[in-house]
Structures are given as structure tokens and as C-alpha cells.
Design a binder for this molecule. Structure first.
Ligand SMILES: Nc1nc2c(ncn2[C@@H]2O[C@H](COP(=O)(O)OP(=O)(O)OP(=O)(O)O)[C@@H](O)[C@H]2O)c(=O)[nH]1
Ligand SMILES: [Mg+2]
Length: 469
């Protein structure tokens, strides 16, 4: 294995080989954490790590319960060029005297948590405690959706993107520009920039309106690529173009984006993931209405398809048979609902996953859906209301005031909701849901207690509990 990685001679072959040598002695599990922006990745990782360092609230994590975890600590990560996940800063924000949510993060980052585990089996009596490294990698879900670009040339991508934009009001200005531009004319940089600006603005407006399919991903999160030619292109209707024409240049930059931005991400990060959690803000989609739910379903299928390498020959070659062993779709922020609604919420997430599996023709093995809250910001209350008891949650709003809400009734039959998602009904949750912007709770943690959560222990058990046992 070591030899083959070296022989392959890819950019990070040597690094991969070194990791494998180290891994031969100390096993590593690489956990990918993704989700569209604001899905809850940063809070999830912060709370997961805190709860693995302090396992008092992790009864459903078997190794923690059975005393198998003898110790855990943060260690220097193996990838020296990747930003470190700012665990301490994010935790400090949540534990501040005036707790606040961590800042939005825009790139990939990594953190290594190392466990000392009780010996297991007969051999363990001889070898003593084991070590296991959990490398957690946080990356934007938007980058995953860029995989679709790898299978399309510029003309195909332009056609599908323009068709998608036809129906969207926020894209009207860009479409007017795209159809009004002579793409066969020689490249003029201001024209290319103008098209790009209008295209980007339509993606941003779509994103702000809750659309989940705003790719290419780096147009929303450019980082240090902002303004570079690989981010200065836009889809155009078909045109004949000589060398140096606008359309030929656009195609060249699109190819540059694929080979120099998308490809390295899949090579460096994606291809090394063992376990994956995909966070979805299903409550937000429910609140926004059927179109948003439908879009989320499409994104879930697309995400699953990227984990089924058969779909994409380019990816299959990159992965060389390596598979992500477990994928969890976690519907986040379940603390907005009373526990009496959790079963219905989880059933909805499971229904969406099984739909996505069918669409992506993905076998069920190793996938699960759950309803969780990485950080519980509410407490529950029952209020009498019109002759029945209304289950509510109470928390501190971001303006410091206390408020109790009933998020609204979830559909009793998730099957019916999913079937009707395409018909233009209004959102399913009450209008009040929009006002449920809770601040993180003020915490008084006892020794050994992690941040309060909902079912984070079950999520951890599903994702990597087997490797701790
Ligand atoms: N009530 C509640 N709110 C949450 C929870 N997790 C996340 N949130 C809310 O969702 C927001 C986004 O969470 P983040 O963890 O920053 O999301 P992210 O996916 O890292 O977002 P980006 O870095 O912008 O991509 C937070 O600021 C909170 O308002 C949770 O468990 N409970
Ligand atoms: Mg983040």
C-alpha cells in the first residue's frame, strides 16, 4: 500500500504514504462534516468535541458508557497546510458570559482528537491501551455539489444552468445580459467581469432566498480566489467562437475551475474521508415551504450520488475502490421542537433520505437519518391552549428577551408531505418560526459534563462508535 501510494506520484503521495506508515501503528478515522452554509457545522463539531472530551452527557455512545474511553485530548493535526478548526474560539463564544453563536466559517478546516482506549480482546491484555485518532474535517457542502461540474463540459453546463435559471426571478438581469451578449466577439475583460458579477449576484440572491443548488460553490465562498480568472466566467448560450473569443475564454476558465479548484478538493480532502455526516436544516426548509423541501431532497440525492463513485467515472478513478463506510444525514436544530414532535421530525428526515437513496440509486447500507441538536438552546413547557395542551419550547432570544414558541404542527404523515412537496402550498411551520432565533444557553456545566445537546451521542455512536469499542 505504501509503495503504491509512492508509485502513483500524485502531489500528496508522499504525505499519504507517511500517514499510512503512522496509521499502521495508530489507526485514524477521518470524519467529514459538511452541510450547506448555516446548516450548523461549526456548532456541531464544537459540541461533538466538547462532549467527547467530557462524556457525561453521552450515554448512547457505548464506549463512553462502558468505560472504554480512558482519555481523549486534542493533538496537532497531520495536515500542516490546512487551517486548524478554531475549537477554542468557538467554544469560548458559546461559553462567554453573554453566550453568542460562533462566526460563520468559509473554508475547509481540520481538528485531531486522539483517544486512549481500553484494551480489547485477548491481544489487548498484552498490548495494553490502544490509541485512535479522530480527524474531523469541516468543509462547505457547496463544494460537494461542484462534483456535478466534473461530468459536464462548458456547453453542457451552460445549457443546464441557463435552463435552471429561466424560472427564477432573481436571475432575470443575468439572463438578459447573457442573451444580449455577442459571445463570438473577442474577449473583453470588462464584459466577462460584468457577466460574472450578474451571474454571481443571481446565485447570491438565490442562496439568500434559501435555494440549495447555487453552484459553482466558490462563487458564493470565493476565499482567496476572489477576482481570479477561474472565478470569472458565466454560462452563455451556444455560439461559434474563434480562439480568443469570449465564449472560448469562458470555456477555458470553466475548465480551469474544474481542474484547479474542484479537482484538488476531491483529491486532497474528499477522497480520504472514512465517515461522513451531512447536516441539513430541514426545519428551515419546512418553514420556507414545498419548493425548499423539494430542493433539499434534490441536494440530498446529489450528495449521496457523490458518495456512490459508480455514478462518476472520474471520481471512481480517484477513489480506487475506497468507500465512505457510513453517512449520516442529521436534521439539525431539533431543539426548536418539543420532544413530543421529535418522532415525526425524525420520520420526515428518514423519509427524505429514503427518497434520496432511490433517486441516487444508493443502497441503504451504512446510511441513516436522525434529528439532533448539537447545542440545546431551549427548555420545554406545556401551555393550555384552546382546550388542549400546546407543547412549547422556551429560550433566550438574541435580543436578550425570554420567549416561548410552538414551532407549528408537523405533518402527521410525512409520506403525504413528501408527495405534495411539489404543489405550491405554503410552509408547514407557523409564521412564528421565523422569530425563533435563540441565543446559546447560559451554561453552568458540572465537572465531566459536555455542552447540552439532543441525540449527539446517537449520532457519534452511528458514525464512529464501532471504532471506539
Ligand atoms: N437552536 C440551535 N441553533 C443552532 C444549532 N446549531 C446551529 N444553530 C444556529 O445555526 C447557526 C449556524 O450554525 P453554524 O454552526 O455556524 O453553521 P455552519 O454550517 O458552520 O455555517 P457556515 O460556517 O456559515 O457555513 C448558528 O449561528 C445558530 O444560530 C443548534 O443545535 N441549536
Ligand atoms: Mg461554519
Amino acid at each position: 500500500m505504501v509503495l503504491s501510494a509512492l508509485a502513483r506520484g500524485i502531489g500528496d503521495g508522499v504525505e499519504a504514504a507517511t500517514a499510512q506508515i503512522a496509521g499502521a501503528f495508530e489507526p485514524v478515522v477521518r470524519l467529514g462534516v459538511t452541510g450547506l452554509s448555516r446548516a450548523g457545522k461549526t456548532v456541531f463539531i464544537t459540541s461533538l468535541v466538547h462532549n467527547l472530551l467530557n462524556t457525561g452527557r453521552m450515554p448512547q455512545l457505548r464506549a463512553a458508557q462502558a468505560g472504554g474511553i480512558m482519555g481523549a485530548l486534542l493533538q496537532p493535526q497531520p495536515d500542516l497546510t490546512l487551517p486548524r478548526f478554531a475549537y477554542e474560539d468557538h467554544l469560548a463564544a458559546l461559553q462567554a458570559p453573554e453566550p453568542h453563536w460562533p462566526q460563520s466559517t468559509r473554508t475547509v478546516s481540520e481538528l485531531r482528537l486522539s483517544f486512549r482506549l481500553a484494551p480489547s480482546g485477548l491481544l489487548g491484555m498484552v498490548t495494553g491501551p490502544r490509541r485512535l485518532h479522530l480527524d474531523i474535517v469541516d468543509y462547505p457542502g457547496e463544494w460537494l455539489l461542484d462534483l456535478a461540474l466534473m461530468g459536464q463540459d462548458y456547453a453542457q453546463w451552460s445549457a443546464t444552468t441557463l435552463a435552471r435559471m429561466e424560472k427564477r426571478p432573481e436571475a432575470a438581469e443575468f439572463l438578459r445580459l447573457a442573451y444580449g451578449t455577442d459571445a463570438s466577439a473577442p474577449l473583453s475583460e470588462p464584459v466577462a467581469q460584468g457577466l460574472t458579477a450578474a451571474f454571481t449576484a443571481s446565485l447570491q440572491a438565490g442562496h439568500a432566498a434559501g435555494r440549495a443548488d447555487c453552484t459553482p460553490g466558490r462563487f458564493l465562498l470565493p476565499g482567496d480566489l476572489a477576482g481570479s480568472p477561474v472565478l470569472t466566467f458565466a454560462p452563455l448560450p451556444p455560439a461559434e467562437g474563434a480562439r480568443g473569443s469570449l465564449i472560448r475564454q469562458m470555456a477555458r476558465r470553466y475548465d480551469g475551475y474544474r481542474t484547479q479548484v474542484v479537482r484538488p478538493f476531491f483529491e486532497r480532502h474528499f477522497s480520504r474521508i472514512d465517515r461522513q455526516v451531512v447536516l441539513i436544516d430541514l426545519l428551515e426548509a419546512l418553514h420556507r415551504g414545498p419548493e425548499a423541501v423539494e430542493e433539499l431532497r434534490r441536494v440530498m440525492a446529489e450528495v449521496l450520488a457523490s458518495f456512490r463513485p459508480g455514478t462518476n467515472s472520474w471520481l471512481a478513478e480517484l477513489l480506487r475502490g475506497k468507500r465512505v463506510e457510513r453517512i449520516l444525514f442529521a436534521a439539525t436544530k431539533a431543539d426548536h421542537l418539543h420532544h413530543s414532535q421529535h418522532a415525526a421530525f425524525a420520520a420526515l428526515a428518514e423519509g427524505m433520505l429514503s427518497e434520496a437513496r432511490d433517486r441516487a440509486r444508493f443502497s441503504g447500507a451504512g446510511t441513516a437519518a436522525m434529528a439532533i441538536a448539537a447545542l440545546r438552546a431551549t427548555i420545554e413547557e406545556d401551555h393550555p391552549h384552546k382546550g388542549r395542551t400546546l407543547p412549547m419550547v422556551r429560550g433566550t432570544l438574541e435580543n436578550g428577551r425570554q420567549a416561548a414558541f410552538h414551532a407549528g404542527d408537523l405533518p402527521a404523515d410525512p409520506g403525504a408531505l413528501l408527495a405534495h412537496a411539489r404543489q405550491g402550498a405554503a410552509g408547514w411551520l407557523s409564521q412564528d418560526y421565523a422569530n425563533m432565533r435563540f441565543a446559546p444557553p447560559r451554561l453552568a456545566l458540572a465537572a465531566g459534563e459536555g455542552l447540552p445537546h439532543i441525540r449527539l451521542d446517537r449520532a457519534a455512536e452511528f458514525l464512529f462508535g464501532d471504532r471506539l469499542a
